[in-house]
Design a binder for this molecule. Sequence first.
Ligand SMILES: [Zn+2]
Length: 123
Amino acid sequence: MKNIVYCKSCKREIKVRHSCADRFALAEKLGKEFEVTCLYCKQKQTKNINSVYAVANGKFNFMALLITLILSVSLVYFVLSKVESTVYLYYILGASIVIPWMVYFVYKHEDNAKISKFNRNKY
Ligand SMILES: [Zn+2]
């Protein structure tokens, strides 16, 4: 999750320096009104704490997805090369695929819950 505001003139995202769980915690750090400078059009503007939104951190989520993919493929490779063929092989293989993806989806679910909690509660 990251906190953003939208630029008044070019409408692009401006990342807010602090990332907080809710607008109240963010207001303690930045104040009810704060200044931001757009990275694209360099315009300085004053923003209200209620104009801050939480969105998913795309780069971070992509890295988490990549790590999950690499982890599950490596686990399957490891199981196939080390574990002898037994009746449990399919269970172990299944677990090597399911467990990393379960962790990933729990993380995504928690992140989405944090985002909607932030956006729901106005200051
Ligand atoms: Zn701008």
